[in-house]
Design a protein around this ligand. Structure first.
Ligand code: CDP
Length: 233
């Protein structure tokens, strides 16, 4: 039935739920490619801000405008590299400025349709672990394994701060980060297009009290189960 040669695994969830690190490790163990779709939205946001096109002008963006930003996606052995022109803006796309604005850009229909093509091309051959907000609902609705990762909001804020190198974040820092993440969650869940949703057939994992290894193992078990069933069919 499918042209693909291997499974697609999707991992969706809110900010700071550990999607990208979990997806990267699951992909490594399976020998699949990892696609961090958030990096595409972030690269486009950074490219526009860097070119002096501020959020006030985003509503009027057209597909040629997006193409003009110079964002491209290149396959690598392990996944995909996002380029802006010829450089890889890995650090810049994670800046607080980009994080504060990315949800707004991600709500635009022109942006979502443009990136949809890029993401589907990346998944055409299968053997992919894709993470984001709408991987299982919109981009790869036929994915064989779908996962939805959640965790309590303050725990996600604590993890995000630790990831940024903050050692033993204070209560005040956690409160501030909780507010920032909460606002992005609202934007991503309440938007009209491709809002953050748990796919109907997803394995839902609350990782608040799980270790990284436990959550990776739970997903690997699901993949093996589905793969075994598909081989028998
Ligand atoms: O890693 P983190 O959870 O902070 O976010 P990300 O995955 O890097 O995504 C950044 C932003 O891109 C999200 O807050 C969404 O607004 C947008 N995004 C989206 O709309 N759809 C996706 N599939 C992935 C990201």
């Amino acid at each position: 039935m499918t042209e693909r040669e291997g499974l697609v695994v999707t991992i969706d969830g809110p900010a700071g739920s550990g999607k990208s690190s979990t997806a990267r490790e699951v992909a490594r163990r399976l020998g699949f490619r990892h696609m961090d779709s958030g990096a595409f939205y972030r690269a486009l946001t950074y490219g526009l801000l860097d070119a002096g096109v501020g959020p006030g002008r985003w509503e009027g963006l057209t597909t040629p405008d997006l193409e003009g930003v110079g964002v491209s996606v290149q396959p690598t052995d392990m996944g995909f590299r996002v380029l802006l022109g010829s450089r890889s803006p890995e650090a810049e796309i994670r800046s607080s400025r980009v994080t504060a604005h990315v949800s707004r850009l991600a709500g635009l229909s022109v942006v979502r349709s443009w990136l949809l093509g890029i993401q589907r091309d990346a998944g055409r051959a299968g053997r992919l672990v894709a993470d984001g907000r709408d991987m299982g609902t919109v981009v790869f609705p036929g994915a064989e394994v779908k996962v939805f990762l959640t965790a309590d909001l303050p725990e996600r804020a604590r993890r995000r701060l630790t990831e940024q190198g903050v050692v033993g974040p204070s209560a005040a820092e956690i409160v501030r980060e909780t507010a920032r993440i909460g606002e992005r969650d609202r934007g991503d869940s309440e938007r009209e297009l491709s809002p953050l949703r748990c796919p109907e057939d997803a394995l839902e994992l609350d990782t608040t009290y799980l270790t990284f290894e436990e959550q990776v193992k739970a997903i690997m078990e699901r993949v093996r189960e589905v793969d075994g069933l598909l081989r028998q069919a």
